[in-house]
Design a protein. Structure first.
Length: 324
């Protein structure tokens, strides 16, 4: 138990310092800020959710005591809670009902476990991204007009550089950002949480403390009702007011989830290509550089949900050649 407390305190200190580094204004502090959940996720995966919970409580209280209560609440909701809960979900498993050997072999063989699906973890990541972004927006106001006005005022202060009268170009840029900044914040929250969880799992696996097998990420699927939720959120995005803003956040998060599923589909349907690594690298580079190829990946993820593209591909693959 003492070892768990030591690890929890170390993770709390690292995570809190990474989060608090944002007040320095240095460019590297932005990277550290986004990686703040990583120590707690590593702790959750390697030493258990209890250690991560203790570390999260210590870090949240420390940040709140030093920087103020709003920072402590922000740390708890944006860093500590996702770090603990996502690590807990990744280690959830239950014994499978089929294929259990009988007799003495059943006593000697370890139970076969079914692990919490990666697709459902993605839904939780999307939920955290929506909740944290919505919480940040609601600190600006409780209606769409107030939120837009506060966003506009803050962005004008950033881009006008002290000028009393901003130029027309700045006005147009700010008008664009007021519309798309909440959705962009949701994308950043979802991507950073996903990357942090992947990095934490890799670090824990490398250290030999990951108490579960590495999941087959290319078989990731979202729950069937996710597509219905996406369509409902997309429809509500046009009703106006605060409800539309919240619906746009949900739509954005689910689109990113289907983008990740699209990548999983791409990893599956390129299995037979000899230059598979090159084409996958091109796909990732195109998404990072141009952004618009995300549309194709979203369509690929939705098409797989509707028509089972991966299952069709795997059924049509020829059997492997026998070893010589």
């Amino acid at each position: 138990m003492i070892g768990i407390f030591i690890v929890a305190i170390a993770a709390a200190a690292a995570s809190a310092l990474m989060f608090a580094s944002i007040i320095s204004g240095a460019l590297i502090s932005l990277l550290l800020f986004y990686l703040a959940p990583l120590p707690l996720m590593v702790t959750s995966l390697g030493w258990g959710p209890l250690a991560a919970a203790i570390g999260g409580i210590i870090a949240s209280a420390s940040v709140g005591a030093i920087l103020g209560l709003p920072y402590g609440i922000a740390f708890a909701t944006m860093v500590a809670l996702p770090g603990w809960w996502l690590g807990h979900l990744a280690l959830l498993g239950r014994p499978t009902t089929g294929g259990v050997p009988a007799g003495a072999a059943a006593e000697a063989a370890p139970p076969q476990l079914e692990w919490y699906p990666v697709g459902r973890i993605l839904i939780w990541v999307a939920a955290f991204a929506v909740v944290t972004t919505a919480g940040a927006l609601l600190t600006l106001g409780l209606d769409a007009q107030t939120i837009a006005a506060e966003l506009r005022r803050g962005l004008l202060k950033v881009f006008s550089a002290g000028n009393a009268q901003p130029s027309d170009e700045i006005e147009q840029l700010v008008k664009f950002l007021v519309i798309f900044a909440p959705m962009a914040a949701t994308v950043v929250a979802m991507v950073t949480l996903t990357v942090n969880l992947w990095l934490a799992a890799k670090v824990t696996q490398t250290s030999g403390r990951l108490n579960r097998p590495w999941p087959e990420l290319r078989s990731t699927t979202l729950p069937p009702m996710t597509l219905v939720a996406l369509l409902v959120a997309l429809g509500l995005s046009f009703v106006g007011g605060l409800l539309a803003i919240l619906a746009q956040l949900v739509t954005t998060a689910l689109i990113i989830a289907y983008t990740l599923v699209g990548f999983a589909v791409l990893h599956t349907v390129t299995l037979s290509l000899t230059s598979r690594g090159f084409w996958l690298a091109c796909a990732y580079t195109a998404v990072v550089v141009f952004t618009w190829p995300i549309v194709a990946l979203v369509a690929l993820g939705i098409a797989d949900a509707l028509f089972g593209l991966r299952q069709r591909y795997l059924r049509s693959r020829p059997p492997p050649l026998p070893a010589s």
